[in-house]
Design a protein around this ligand. Structure first.
Ligand code: ATP
Ligand code: MG
Length: 180
């Protein structure tokens, strides 16, 4: 399983529909300061359910919508779709391809989709749990994260190993069952 494409419309600096393709292997994104590299990682985290505007370097969630430029009107919505190759069925979903979409309108409406069908954020979280691809998982190491890992409490650090070992899903279900 690997991330094949990221399609971005109206998210931060990406006013026009932009499709970024990844190969099964190593991909580096290079570009001048301010060209939108970090915005791409933030778009990925956002689809996976990032709720904190601060983590996306904004003051409020609507700051993720393309704000307009001298010659461009601001966007009415932001939408990002991640498409994963799932031929090896590493994701617990019976299809060769899996797409996750999040859409947020200027009016504040929010929507998540799996293969273009509306779903809850919880469905996305469950699906990606233990894969290492969650919004808080070890696959996205942002600036300052390495230091944070070294200075955090042992039990918090343990979470990283639990996700890598694939036990998060079971812990979460146990927690859910205990609450009922
Ligand atoms: P660096 O090399 O400095 O880390 P970068 O390539 O990671 O740069 P980003 O931080 O991804 O660049 O992009 C920042 C750019 O995105 C800025 O020019 C900023 O104005 C623009 N930007 C952020 N939010 C919006 C928005 N809502 N609408 C339009 N542009 C935005
Ligand atoms: Mg950056």
């Amino acid at each position: 399983m690997y991330l094949k494409t990221v399609e971005i419309v109206g998210f931060k600096s990406f006013a026009d529909k932009t499709t970024i393709e990844f190969d099964n292997g190593f991909t580096a994104i290079v570009g001048p300061n301010g060209s939108g590299k970090s915005n791409i990682t933030e778009a990925i985290k956002w689809v996976l359910g990032e709720q904190s505007a601060k983590s996306l370097r904004g003051a409020k969630m609507s700051d993720i919508i393309f704000a307009g430029a001298i010659d461009r009107r601001k966007a009415q919505y932001a939408q990002v779709t991640l498409t994963f190759d799932n031929k090896d069925r590493a994701l617990d979903f019976d299809a060769d391809e899996l797409s996750l979409t999040r859409r947020y309108t200027a009016a504040g409406d929010s929507e998540y989709m799996i293969n273009r069908r509306p779903c809850r954020l919880r469905d996305i979280t469950e699906l990606m749990m233990d894969t290492g691809i969650g919004r808080d998982s070890f696959s996205i190491i942002s600036q300052g994260k390495v230091e944070q890992i070294f200075t955090q409490k042992a039990e918090d650090r343990r979470g990283i190993f639990e996700e890598a070992a694939g036990v998060m899903k079971y812990k979460s279900r146990k927690h859910e069952a205990e609450r009922k």
